[in-house]
Write a protein that binds this ligand. Structure first.
Ligand SMILES: NC(=O)c1ccc[n+]([C@@H]2O[C@H](COP(=O)([O-])OP(=O)(O)OC[C@H]3O[C@@H](n4cnc5c(N)ncnc54)[C@H](OP(=O)(O)O)[C@@H]3O)[C@@H](O)[C@H]2O)c1
Length: 245
């Protein structure tokens, strides 16, 4: 049995990843906040043959998360997918301090703390794989989502650094940077969503890339070109374009 932990499994991409990994050989540990939605995903996974347990709690309880991680035993693959998003309306001068704090805690503090603890446990157990879910926003100073872009930029650098450090311990660290995936998070955005893909399709692409041991995953692929083009622009142009969005 391959033990797989997935945070943010109660919705969107995390739920789709859970469904994709659900098979007779998989022992899934699903974390989320909404107990009813999480259990519904767990039931779907069991129907596909997976052994599955779910645990609903708030990831901002970092000590609670670490205690749960310590009790999991050997985990082969840990996916840190939980996140919060959204854009700040023009009617507000800035993001609220409470929202910025929540974004930093859920998108950065939670996965960084959890992945660090998991990396240590995996190294002691002879190896494993960690997947961090970032965003293509990591490459852009988005004025409509400053703390979101920053949290994902920090996560991207963390993934790279942790990956270099843990390689000699047999722990592989991958980062997926999605563009737009059709989930409750993106459904709340009013801006255009180019190359939008379904959560199940994105999950299938991610699962294949993780199986190949790919370290940097961009989904959908069109965002590789979009980001490369944007990075060629002088920064002052990029800022001017983003200001107009
Ligand atoms: N959708 C996109 O277009 C897109 C693009 C780029 C990156 N991403 C990234 O993909 C990941 C998944 O997002 P999604 O689109 O699937 O969004 P989603 O449908 O809103 O799902 C977010 C998940 O995170 C969980 N979560 C949020 N806050 C939490 C907290 N404090 N404690 C525990 N769990 C919490 C949610 O749990 P509950 O629902 O149970 O509260 C839910 O399972 C995120 O990291 C997001 O930044 C998404």
């Amino acid at each position: 049995m391959r033990k797989i932990l997935i945070t943010g499994a109660s919705s969107g991409l995390g739920a789709a990843l859970a469904r994709n990994y659900a098979c007779v050989d998989a022992e899934l540990v699903l974390w989320g906040r909404d107990a009813a939605r999480l259990e519904a995903v767990a039931a779907e996974c069991r129907a596909r043959g997976a052994s599955c347990r779910s645990d609903a709690f708030d990831l901002r309880d970092v000590d609670g998360m670490l205690a749960r991680l310590a009790s999991l035993g050997r985990v082969e693959l840990a996916i840190f997918c939980a996140g919060v998003g959204g854009s700040v309306p023009d009617s507000q001068a800035s993001e609220s301090a409470a929202a910025a704090r929540m974004t930093a805690e859920v998108n950065f503090v939670g996965p960084v703390t959890g992945a660090t603890a998991m990396a240590e446990a995996m190294a002691a157990n002879g190896g494993g794989q960690i997947l961090l879910v970032g965003s293509i926003a990591e490459s852009f100073p988005l004025p409509m989502a400053p703390s979101y872009a920053a949290s994902k930029a920090g996560l991207a650098l963390f993934a790279e650094a942790l990956g270099i450090r843990m390689a000699r311990h047999g722990v592989a660290v991958s980062l997926v940077s999605p563009g737009f995936i059709d989930t409750p998070m993106s459904q709340g955005l009013t801006q255009p969503k180019p190359f939008l893909i379904s959560a199940d399709r994105a999950a299938a692409i991610i699962v294949r890339a993780v199986a190949r041991g790919q370290r940097r995953i961009v989904v959908p692929w069109q965002f590789i070109g979009l980001r490369s083009f944007a990075m060629l622009l002088p920064r002052v142009w990029l800022r001017a374009i983003l200001r107009r969005l």
